[in-house]
Ligand binder design. Structure first.
Ligand code: URA
Length: 437
């Protein structure tokens, strides 16, 4: 059977179901440049508007996995325990604002004896990407070879790398979604996350499926459905997968951006940091260690005794990063700033995560064209979190950028996104639910 892009687009545009063969063809043809960006953009928008059946999502995911190689670390053995395979496990988030959890979590799991082959992504839409954050550390490279990933898994217990030849279809589609307003789609998120994670060779996976204004999907029900879909995809491909549904109504922690989130992650690794970041890091770390079969470990202890920090420094060094630069003083900060102050005293109300994400994107932390360079120093510090007391005139938010003309549009995004009132906002649990197979 022969296919052409306009016919495939038309089927989805008109609300039809794509056949397995049509999906295989279009994903392969796009990966190899036989379907143009404009055509894939139209198809992505049709998928965004019309959705996909579970069968289509499963096939689209399989086609994205088949677009590249699938890593296998089954032959690797634990150092000091020659007969034992590595406890391969990973974590991935569906995307949030201030969501730096991967940065402290990976070294915690390393310190507990896990092996994390983390294929990470760059910023997408209003959300930040782990790679953009880590690349703000001078010298750090995520473009490492397969051989280096294997070596680091054995010697250190983790590698954080750009997906590269894993699911190359996702790499192209992800970059296209980022600039065509097609990120917020359940089928496209599920297939993007799971194709990378299945191809990277992990045995177990813990997902953080975000719920709230800063999440890609609008309602808790949709985020729940996304989590269920991904857990099923994992099971179909032999990856033991569980998901936590977690709150993303307000940004996580007190920082949003690139280097500024690394600084906050270092605080967590030093045994401090904002309560919500610590709570979520530890909840996900416990799930991750459990999924990897690591019994009798205490993730919290690794933050208290500095072993997670040691692992992080070793990981950064192995990937070319300058460990002397791992401090608030040495990491990049935008040269221009603006501070938003409290118009009155009272209690900080809710802060809208989506507005903060868009503001930080406008400051230069994300991209508006494929391949654009992000500003490592762009970001925002949140001085008062929801429920904290506020004095009239005190600093609530500080915005940082290298390009001063970005300050006004970023500050405009924040208008109406926060308030100071007489009462604390209603409290929400950070961890809403757990979805298992
Ligand atoms: N993370 C991904 O890898 N893909 C998405 O679409 C969203 C979050």
């Amino acid at each position: 059977m022969t296919f052409d892009a306009p016919s495939v687009i038309r089927i989805k545009r008109d609300g039809g179901v794509l056949s397995d063969e049509a999906i295989d063809w279009v994903v392969d043809a796009y990966t190899h440049g036989r379907v143009a960006d404009a055509q894939m953009s139209a198809l992505l928008m049709a998928i965004f508007l019309r959705g996909m059946t579970n069968g289509e999502i499963a096939r689209w995911t399989a086609a994205m996995i088949a677009s590249g190689e699938r890593l296998d670390f089954g032959d690797l053995r634990r150092p000091g325990a020659p007969g034992k395979p590595l406890a391969l496990v990973d974590k991935h988030s569906t995307g949030g604002v201030g969501d730096k959890i991967t940065i402290p979590l990976v070294p915690v799991v390393m310190a507990c004896g896990g092996a994390v082959p983390q294929a990470a992504g760059r910023g997408l839409g209003h959300t930040g990407g782990t790679l953009d954050k880590l690349e703000s550390i001078p010298g750090f490279s995520a473009e490492i070879s397969k051989g280096q990933v294997r070596q680091q898994l054995c010697d250190l217990g983790a590698a954080i790398f750009a997906a590269g030849e894993l699911a190359p279809a996702d790499r192209k589609i992800y970059a296209l979604r980022d600039v065509t307003a097609t990120t917020e789609s359940l089928p496209l998120i599920a297939s993007s996350v799971m194709s990378k994670k299945i191809a990277e060779g992990t045995r177990a996976l813990v997902l953080d499926s975000k719920v709230g204004s800063g999440a890609f999907l609008d309602t808790e029900e949709e985020s729940r459905e996304l989590a269920r879909t991904m857990v099923e995809l994992g099971a179909e491909h032999g990856v033991r997968t569980i998901a936590l549904l977690t709150d993303m109504e307000a940004p996580l922690g007190c920082t949003v951006g690139n280097a500024i989130e690394v600084v906050e992650s270092l605080e967590v690794l030093a045994g401090g940091g904002p309560d919500d970041v610590v709570e979520l890091t530890l909840a996900l770390a416990r799930e991750t260690c459990d999924a990897a079969g690591l019994d009798g470990v205490d993730p919290a202890q690794t933050l208290r005794d500095g072993t997670a920090m040691d692992r992080f420094r070793a990981l950064v060094e192995a990937q070319g990063g300058d460990v002397a630069a791992l401090s608030a003083e040495a990491l990049p900060v935008g040269g221009h700033s603006e501070t938003v102050t409290a118009p009155r005293g009272g209690t900080m109300g809710d802060i809208d995560a989506m507005a903060v994400g868009l503001a930080v994107w406008r400051l230069g932390a994300g991209r508006s064209a494929p391949g654009e360079r992000v500003q490592f120093g762009a970001g925002m510090r949140i001085h008062r979190r929801p429920g904290e007391p506020v004095a009239a005139g005190e600093a609530l938010f500080t915005l940082y950028t290298d390009t001063p003309e970005r300050l006004a549009p970023a500050a405009a995004e924040l208008e109406g996104a926060w308030s100071v009132g007489d009462h604390p906002p209603p409290q929400r649990p950070l961890i809403i639910d757990r979805i298992s197979p």
